[in-house]
Write a protein that binds this ligand. Structure first.
Ligand SMILES: [Zn+2]
Length: 238
């Protein structure tokens, strides 16, 4: 049986002499694994799909629950992402997040749209790659059900001034008066940056705040899910 899906290539690994096993995040079927036969040969017609980031219409042949790519119509390979290290690691972090958080065969159209829009903006839009990734991670974490309330103190509902603390367990920030033992403090400038993200305001790039915000998301993601985003660590060091 053959079927058509819209997919983004998330992860690839070489297989046999010239094949690749692809992890695709598809609109119709969620995350799936597919074999791309002969795709490492010079003139392979399905070549575009064998590289991360590629957004394509993909024909799949299914046999006993295994998929093989038979035809690819590439919409966009988001090539500019490959030409800039910051863009590359920001993009790879989004793919890593997708691979870790999307479950096999579970569709998630909201995340699909978020990822496709992020890659497009990262590729062609203005602005800093780290700011864009922070926006992506904020939306993605919220969509995944680990909603994060940053606008006001999560406990008393008042505005947070001067000092801010994070309750990982509750998924919100708290003020100085409400903090409990073990809830770590983080920088107020970083908090303002995160709050702007949360309120949907335009971010003015500040390298330290962006790095701290990304560390914050990395820490939060690893606490709630146990996943360490490796490409995020690399990006922060750039
Ligand atoms: Zn409070």
């Amino acid at each position: 049986m053959t079927e058509k899906v819209n997919g983004i290539t998330v992860f690839t690994v070489n297989y046999k002499d010239s094949d690749k096993i692809l992890t695709l995040f598809t609109l119709e079927k969620g995350k799936i694994t597919a074999n791309a036969k002969g795709v490492r040969k010079a003139n392979a017609k399905c070549k575009p799909v064998s590289e991360p980031f590629c957004f394509a219409e993909i024909m799949l042949a299914e046999k006993s629950g295994r998929y093989t790519v038979t035809e690819v119509n590439s919409f966009d390979s988001f090539y500019p992402i490959r030409l800039d290290l910051r863009k590359y690691y920001a993009g790879m972090t989004a793919l890593e997040f997708t691979d870790a958080f999307m479950q096999d065969g579970m569709e998630d159209p909201d995340h699909f749209v978020l990822l496709a829009e992020f890659l497009k903006d990262l590729s062609y839009g203005d602005g800093d790659a780290k700011d864009k990734l922070a926006e992506f991670l904020y939306s993605a974490v919220n969509q995944s059900g680990y909603s994060m309330a940053l606008s006001v103190c999560g406990r008393c509902g008042k505005e947070i001034k001067d000092r801010v603390f994070l309750s990982v367990k509750d998924g919100y920030c708290v003020c100085d008066e409400c903090r409990k033992t073990g809830e770590g403090e983080f920088s107020y400038d970083t908090y303002k940056y995160l709050k702007a993200l949360c309120d949907g305001l335009a971010l003015s790039h500040d390298e330290d705040c962006a790095n701290n915000a990304l560390k914050f998301f990395g820490y939060y993601v690893s606490k709630v899910s146990g996943v360490n985003l490796k490409c995020l660590t690399t990006l922060i060091e750039l």
